[in-house]
Design a protein around this ligand. Sequence first.
Ligand SMILES: [Zn+2]
Length: 147
Amino acid sequence: MSQFVCPHCGAVNRAPEDRDASAAKCGRCAGKLFMGKPVEVSGAQFDAHRRSTKGAALLLDVWAPWCGPCRSMAPHFAAAAQRLEPGVRLLKLNSDADPEAAAALGVSGIPALFLIADGKVAARKAGLMTADQIVSWTRQSLAGASV
Ligand SMILES: [Zn+2]
């Protein structure tokens, strides 16, 4: 079984691995579990995804509204979501809105990407990347982490 947090209501949903999770709907609110785009999260919501996501990785983009490279990367990160879901759930954390969550991750420069597998940080990378670079870095890092 895979397990995902609903991006709309926060309910934890289980999904059989032999079914395409990209079409799955939340058992509580009937919203789609995957929308082909990154999910904006608070620090608390990120913790919930990190705790309850099973059978899939998380890719977190830590950004801020004043950060030019972050804004440049946003469409690339969104395009990467379409290619990586549902094996990887893409999340965005605004470090201005939740500086404590960013500090807890040890963020020094943004944009910063964190790849999380089984609740642990499997890889991290700072700086602007294109969609192709995000997808290939994520796949290579997951292969290295044998997830
Ligand atoms: Zn829901």
